[in-house]
Design a protein around this ligand. Sequence first.
Ligand SMILES: [Zn+2]
Length: 208
Amino acid sequence: MTPAGGECDTPIVLQISRFQKGRFIMSYTVTRRGAKSIVKFSCTKCGTPLESPLEEANKRFPCPNCGEQFVTPGAEELKKLREDNAERAAREAEAEANARAVHQEERRLAAARVAQNSTNDEEDQDAQRGLHRPTPKYDGITVGAGILRILCVLTWIGALIIIVQAAQHADSVQFVAGASAVISGALIWMVAEVGLAIRDIARNSFRK
Ligand SMILES: [Zn+2]
């Protein structure tokens, strides 16, 4: 307990007058100075403005001016302050627990996502192993049909050369050979087409 200074404090309890058996004892205010709560009051005997930390409320001190013994005020405010502090600590602990729970849930979801992704990878690998085999772009029949078509075009070029020479020499045998080559080329092309058609029919019926 010290004589009150001139600090600019924030009042948290405006003014409380304390009476005992209907008789006025003292009035006091509780203010906040930084993180500390201060009780301001006046000596009941000499009227000197005094102050003491709220933590020292309900303790008996002598007045530094006149030596009058009295109990410093603010006991109720100190009790309320301690209750508020305990409540705030409980609220903070609960908020922290909630934040931890949210964090754990986020981590659980992230782990589940990773597990899901690896399952998807496994499905992709299954697909590659042939369980859900995607249609290959170049299978044997497609390549074979391509080769047959090239062969057909070459046969027709040969047939054209033979027919041109047959016309130049007016050779009917050579002309028949050229015509045969044209028909052979057409047959080769048809084989390629039939092969592709059979492949498509087989593929569609397997898919169903
Ligand atoms: Zn005094």
